[in-house]
Ligand binder design. Structure first.
Ligand SMILES: Cc1ncc(COP(=O)(O)O)c(C=O)c1O
Length: 451
């Protein structure tokens, strides 16, 4: 099957989505409400999701590995969250006042993540990373933030730099070029080069922000020495280390990457899983830093660091869904993390084996319950940073994912890593492996096909 035939087959199956997408382009810029949700030829429209399944408006039911931007560790609409939300719905959706559920969730996070001496809720991860940057600047009285090349921290303006290949151009119109001088970009997993860049900026360096696993950039795992090296540099030079755990928090372990890798960031951000399927972001960290945002404690002559919030911050629906999710994870942590990590290992090993036997050059990256297949080529022989991913054969990866969607009812958001939830089963991974083998055998994944 050629790529054009695969596209036609997708269109055949998703006629209603095709019509809706056409309408949507007249309503939304580009027909979507998050850039990465677009994929060629057009994204399908969903009508319900339950457990591990996502169903589109043409009644195609998919086993979902996108799982709401990797948020839904207990699957779609787990009973515990549905019950908590139903009850909360009757009690009010937005008080716009302090509420006790946020306190319960906050205390639970403090217990599970001791680095969260203080925390603040917001409605998105993008806000949380924006606040973390502001706090680091307020604490240090310096301006420059170092981030990782390819690192994704949401749409906040400061960190919208060196996100997309070729990484050294402005990330689109509407950003102010002068702001670039306040961000330094570091090559992931290359400690020597990163330290040189940090040293060159040291006089005005406020902090370093990084994702423990590069998620949006392509599921790239860290050399532990790299993160520890950055942490050591930060400690030695009195610079703040900010760990963006919006993907890894409650995913790699109940205590996130900090617990798994034994890291001690000054600040860290959470989102996704901790919202239990509802909007959330959290900035957490050392009291001495977070207290800069305390409107009561701040001395009169000291400017407060204004962080949010926002209208919907710690709204009781997000708090109730998050609390139900984290309570459930806490009670069942041994069983859940063992299960999803084992399934992740099975998927990575199985996929690598199938492609190796077919002599298709891939590297399956990931850790725990996260994984992504990269198609290697003459330019890229292995994956250790975002540039490697950008130069790998993304056309082939798109075809693989579209093939899974169209021919095997398995949904990965094309080009993006997959996340396993507690309701995925061994049978699902076997299905994924069989589907992959069939796609390989069909010849659809040979790099000579049209694109
Ligand atoms: C590591 C990381 N940080 C921050 C964000 C932004 O979170 P949100 O989309 O909730 O604004 C994301 C979103 O994908 C993310 O993956």
């Amino acid at each position: 099957m050629l790529n054009s035939e695969l596209g036609a087959s997708y269109e055949d199956k998703t006629q209603t989505s095709k019509r809706l997408f056409h309408k949507a382009t007249k309503v939304f810029a580009g027909g979507i409400n998050h850039n990465i949700r677009f994929f060629k030829p057009y994204p399908f429209f969903s009508k319900w999701a339950k457990g591990k399944n996502l169903c589109d408006v043409d009644d195609n039911e998919y086993t979902d590995y996108w799982m709401g931007h990797w948020s839904l560790i207990l699957g779609h609409s787990p009973r515990t969250v549905v019950n908590a939300l139903s009850q909360q719905l009757r009690n009010g959706t937005l008080y716009g006042t302090a509420n006790h559920i946020s306190l319960e969730l906050g205390e639970l996070i403090q217990k599970l993540m001791p680095g969260a001496e203080n925390l603040r809720f917001s409605s998105t991860g993008s806000e949380a990373t924006m606040y973390a940057v502001r706090l680091a600047r307020a604490k240090s009285n310096k301006r420059v933030i170092a981030k990782i090349i390819g690192g994704w921290h949401g749409f906040n303006t400061t960190l919208m730099q060196s996100v997309n290949y070729p990484f050294n151009k402005q990330e689109g119109a509407g950003l102010v070029a002068e702001e670039e001088q306040f961000v330094e970009s570091l090559p992931f997993n290359d400690l020597d080069s990163s330290i040189k860049i940090l040293e060159s900026a040291i006089d005005d360096l406020a902090g370093i922000i990084l994702e423990p696993i590069l998620g949006g950039a392509g599921c790239i795992t860290p050399d532990l020495g790299y993160i520890k090296g950055l942490q050591e540099f930060a400690q030695k030079n009195d610079i703040l280390l900010i760990l963006d755990e919006i993907v890894t928090g409650f995913r790699l372990s109940i205590g996130g990457a900090s617990q798994k890798y034994n890291l001690k960031p000054d600040l860290f951000t959470l989102g996704k899983i901790v919202g239990g399927g509802m909007p959330i972001g959290i900035v957490c960290g050392k009291k001495e830093v977070m207290s800069l945002a305390d409107p009561v404690l701040i001395k009169e002559n000291q400017a407060r660091c204004n962080i949010g919030g926002g209208t919907y911050s710690c709204n009781p629906m997000s708090m109730a869904a998050g609390l139900a999710t984290i309570n459930y994870l806490n009670k069942n942590m041994d069983e859940i993390y063992q299960k999803i990590n084992d399934l992740g290992a099975k998927a990575r090993a199985g996929l690598a084996k199938i492609f190796k036997e077919a002599k298709i050059d891939v590297q399956v990256t990931g850790e725990g319950s996260l994984f992504l297949t990269h198609f290697l080529n003459n330019k890229v022989r292995s994956i250790s940073n975002a540039a490697d991913v950008a130069m790998s054969d993304l056309g082939l990866l798109h075809r693989y994912h579209l093939g899974l969607i169209t021919l095997h009812q398995i949904f990965f958001l094309p080009l993006k890593m997959g996340a396993i939830s507690s309701v995925h089963t061994e049978g699902d991974i076997t299905h994924l492996l069989e589907a992959t083998r069939l796609l390989v055998n069909s010849g659809i994944l040979s790099s000579e096909k049209d694109s």
